[in-house]
Design a protein around this ligand. Structure first.
Ligand SMILES: NC(=O)c1ccc[n+]([C@@H]2O[C@H](COP(=O)([O-])OP(=O)(O)OC[C@H]3O[C@@H](n4cnc5c(N)ncnc54)[C@H](O)[C@@H]3O)[C@@H](O)[C@H]2O)c1
Ligand SMILES: [Zn+2]
Length: 386
């Protein structure tokens, strides 16, 4: 194909040959998605990073009602001062908004606005908003750009990164979704000032997971900084978010579309997800369930002689120090081992007979095992007091 200089417009000349009858016709498409992850310390710095991405464009802010009242007025003021046409769509706060109904409402509002393909969605909020806003952006006009402005620690260290976007379906969590990478992630740690300590601890659980599976350096950083992070030290929070972003982006790049299901990032989730299911997705935060899951799965690893007992104790001590649940007595509602095992059996059926465990052997070293039986799981749960 040649494109000539624009005299009266671009002239495109093509000479595509017809294939020989023996040649397989093949569809091809490839693209490379790269995006910057900025860690900022104030709304002004956040706006500075956002400005080049939205300059001269329309902006649709998707947020929840709590986050809207905390952060939207300042952001809207800043964007309007940059000359952006800004719309705000706030959904009720909470997991229930990660639904097809809310997505349809949002598409309706976008369709009735002037938002077009070159404009930008800004997802301002926690993991629920990153998932919902990203998914709405992924389907609207076959995909428009979106920027994540995560406001919870969990979203800054996990949910806003990696381009996995989805809403829930009554049959399963995250059932309707896509891969749609953001054009940037801007994590403003000053947003975390208003976050409850319990939510900070839940975010820390996902950081501890990343350290165990992939980074002795990050493990040391968290052990040193966990207390100041919980107490609100913004320098420590910035280092924590930067570390998690770097680790997650490296792990995602190895397999961005999850062709391989043997993912170390699932550590703590084999038991954590069923625990969320049996407690009814309410009393426990995701990060809390993952914390308990990491302990139970590490007990499986220790039972196999993979994980040294001293390291298991270090992990438990670190999680406990953050106020995260590590045994049955810490759970907010009574849970029976039978219920967890039954929920895991359902997952085993969906996954054609196999349940995958990520078993830590050392900090930065995991073994993916398909052969952990029910008895082994029960022994580990019993060791956790269930
Ligand atoms: N796509 C992914 O890769 C991925 C990864 C991890 C988690 N997730 C998803 O993330 C969701 C959980 O994320 P979450 O824990 O951030 O939940 P969330 O988005 O519901 O936020 C938790 C609560 O905090 C409030 N909030 C947000 N920012 C605040 C702030 N700065 N100050 C005070 N309150 C604030 C919200 O209004 C909400 O009530 C789940 O749906 C989970 O599936 C997705
Ligand atoms: Zn998780």
């Amino acid at each position: 194909m040649t494109i000539t200089a624009p005299e009266q417009g671009h002239r495109i000349r093509d000479r595509i040959p017809l294939p020989s009858p023996a040649l397989q016709v093949e569809g091809r498409a490839s693209r490379s998605d790269r995006y910057a992850v900025h860690i900022t310390r104030s709304p002004e710095e956040t706006l500075e990073r956002l400005a080049p991405l939205v300059h001269g464009r329309g902006v649709a802010i998707i947020t929840d009602e709590v986050v809207e009242s905390l952060f939207a007025p300042r952001l809207i003021g800043g964007l309007r001062a940059l000359g952006c046409d800004v719309l705000v769509h706030a959904v009720p706060a909470g997991e229930a908004s990660k639904s097809l109904e809310q997505a349809i409402r949002l598409w309706g509002r976008l369709a009735r606005s002037t938002l077009a393909r070159r404009d930008v969605v800004v997802a301002l909020g926690g993991g629920v908003i990153a998932d919902l806003g990203g998914w709405v952006a992924s389907a609207y006009m076959r995909g428009i750009p979106y920027v994540n402005l995560p406001t919870t620690l969990l979203a800054q260290v996990d949910g806003a990164l990696g381009g996995k976007v989805a809403v829930n379906h009554p049959v399963a969590k995250n059932l309707l979704g896509a891969f749609h990478q953001p054009v940037a992630v801007i994590s403003d740690v000053s947003c975390l000032r208003s976050l409850e300590r319990r939510h900070v601890a839940a975010g820390l659980a996902e950081c501890i997971k990343k350290a165990v599976i992939a980074s002795p350096d990050y493990w040391c950083l968290i052990r040193r900084d966990a207390a100041p992070i919980l107490a609100g030290d913004e320098g420590a929070r910035e280092r924590l978010v930067r570390g998690a972003s770097a680790i997650k982006t490296v792990l995602i790049e190895r397999d961005p579309y999850e062709a391989d299901l043997r993912r170390p990032l699932n550590f703590g989730h084999t038991i954590g997800h069923p625990l969320e299911t049996v407690t009814g997705y309410g009393p426990m935060l995701h990060g809390e369930a993952v914390a308990f899951g990491m302990v139970a799965e590490s007990r499986v690893a220790a039972g196999r002689g993979l994980l040294p007992a001293a390291l298991l104790e270090e992990l438990i001590e670190l999680l406990r120090g953050c106020g995260l649940p590590t045994c049955g007595a810490d759970l907010p509602v009574p849970v029976a081992a039978d219920d967890i095992v039954a929920a895991m059996e359902k997952i085993r059926l969906i996954r054609a007979g196999s349940l995958r465990y990520v078993l830590p052997a050392a900090i930065g070293e995991t073994v993916i095992a398909d052969d952990v039986g029910e008895e082994e799981t029960r022994r580990a749960l019993a060791a956790c007091g269930l």
